[in-house]
Design a protein around this ligand. Structure first.
Ligand SMILES: [Mg+2]
Length: 471
């Protein structure tokens, strides 16, 4: 039986939720969704990062995850709204409760989005479809209407036969829309899109695909799969080819089947204060990011939401979190997000330090888990894969390649299936250790990528610099 999958995504979630709360308190207040506005950082000192933005702010070039200062440079009239996680959690729960009324299986992927498996629910919407609106469009409308009228904010619904296409569809025109993207609509609706828009294709992967002349999703769909694998590695190449053709088999899985989050905490021998913060916090976040990243990688999952937790000298717990555009499991993006959140929480006149607090415990969490085989492989993950597959290749060949760690192109077989070159018969100088070789490849790669795509190229894929426009 063909599955019927919805992806439901709250439009500008944090921003909308703050706007709705404000309108509830004062119905004559300006609707923050209609002006350039953003949630994030310390509103007074203008420290910290943007965690959500209105659609008008997005049009001015404001990006989620960028420093508040940078956003204000682009949009000086930007109205900044303080984070309010208590409100977000309350609206998120109310949102999910409505979805639970209609969907037998729900997979919540972050605070503001969920997949619904609506297969076999036609009978619940018999009345609506009798009115002339066919299933499943009527079901999507009923859900959207109920969320809008009872909660006051809007969602997009993407409909298809699998999660990938439903997710792609919900990202089409916003806000408050339903879009379908059935397999037969893939050529007309998905193939013309830039390859960067393919779910799971990070900036770094897109840059490598551009160098092969792959500009659109359609280009990738038509590209030889073995060639893609030899360039991106087995898993990534197969993922891109499959997804570009609209194929995805990952089931909608209820929350109870999945670990909800990964977190590590550290109780401190000596409290962190405003004075020793700069000296001590970086080392603690380095340690915690390494732990959390290691556990995510071990379980082959990525997390879209990164949070920090502190316990103060007065035994209160405080948290902050941010949802990135793409799920990550590498240490660096986790650590960067954690650093920004910590600054947000502690510094400035509204921060905990200004209130005279000290910290006795620091923690880091990762949630919004994604376990598809290649959702967001970073350049570094790819490097590790290629480093293992490509060890022993001749150095001079590598120099000709656009990226030094790629295996030589066409041979019809994927890199990892190519048997290793026989050793030279004559005594040769002893080769570098795999670690040294990998380190050297990494350095070479970083130089080349940066000279080609600019200093920021290595951060495009998964850093908090590039996170979501639609949280
Ligand atoms: Mg959203």
């Amino acid at each position: 039986m063909k599955r019927c999958i919805f992806h439901v995504d709250v439009n500008s979630a944090f921003l909308s939720w703050s706007a709705v709360k404000k309108l509830k308190e004062d119905p004559s207040a300006l609707d923050l969704r209609t002006i350039p506005s953003a949630v994030g950082g310390d509103v007074k000192t203008r420290h910290g990062i943007i965690t959500a933005k209105s659609i008008p702010a997005g049009r001015m070039g404001v990006k989620t995850g960028e420093p508040v200062v940078k956003a204000l440079a682009k949009c000086p009239d930007l109205v900044l709204i303080p984070s309010d996680f208590e409100t977000y959690r309350a609206y998120s729960r109310a949102f999910i409760r409505i979805l639970e009324k209609y969907a037998p299986v729900i997979e919540q992927v972050s605070i503001d989005e969920a997949y619904l498996d609506m297969t076999g629910t036609e009978h619940l919407f018999r009345k609506e479809s009798a009115g002339g609106e066919p299933f499943p469009l009527c079901a999507a409308r009923v859900i959207r209407d109920e969320i809008r009228t009872s909660l006051g904010f809007t969602v997009n619904v993407g409909i298809s036969t699998n999660k990938l296409l439903a997710k792609m569809a919900s990202d089409f025109e916003k806000p408050d829309r339903t879009h379908t993207l059935y397999p037969e609509e893939v050529p007309s609706k998905m193939w013309p899109l830039p390859i960067r828009d393919l779910h799971g294709c990070g900036g770094a992967t897109a840059a490598r695909l551009y160098s092969l002349g792959i500009l659109t999703i359609g280009d990738a769909a038509a590209f030889d799969e073995e060639l893609l694998k030899s360039v991106l590695g087995e898993a990534a190449g197969a993922y891109i080819h499959r997804s570009a053709n609209g194929i995805s088999t990952s089931p909608v899985r209820a929350e109870r089947d999945r670990a909800k989050s990964y977190s590590n905490e550290r109780t401190l021998a000596e409290d962190i204060t405003e004075d020793n913060y700069e000296g001590r916090m970086p080392e603690i976040l380095d340690y915690l990011s390494d732990k959390v990243s290691g556990r995510l990688k071990k379980d082959h999952v990525r997390a879209a939401t990164i949070g920090v937790i502190v316990k103060t000298g007065s035994f209160h717990r405080h948290t902050r979190q941010v949802t990135l555009e793409r799920a990550v499991n590498a240490k660096d993006p986790i650590e960067r997000a954690a650093r920004g959140l910590m600054e947000d929480l502690l510094k400035g006149p509204e921060g905990l330090f200004a209130a005279g607090e000290t910290l006795r415990l620091v923690g880091l969490s990762a949630s919004g888990l994604d376990d598809s085989p290649f959702e967001q492989m970073s350049l570094f993950d790819l490097l590790e894969e290629q480093g293992a597959a490509g060890a022993g290749e001749a150095g001079e060949k590598e120099e000709e390649m656009p990226f030094p760690f790629l295996s030589p192109l066409p041979s019809g077989t994927a890199a990892s299936e190519t048997p290793p070159e026989p050793s030279p018969p004559d005594p040769a100088p002893s080769p570098p250790s795999p670690q040294e070789e990998r380190k050297q490849r990494l350095e070479d790669m970083m130089k080349k990528v940066r000279s080609r795509y600019g200093e920021d190229a290595l951060r495009k894929g998964s850093g908090p610099e590039a996170p979501s426009g639609n949280v």
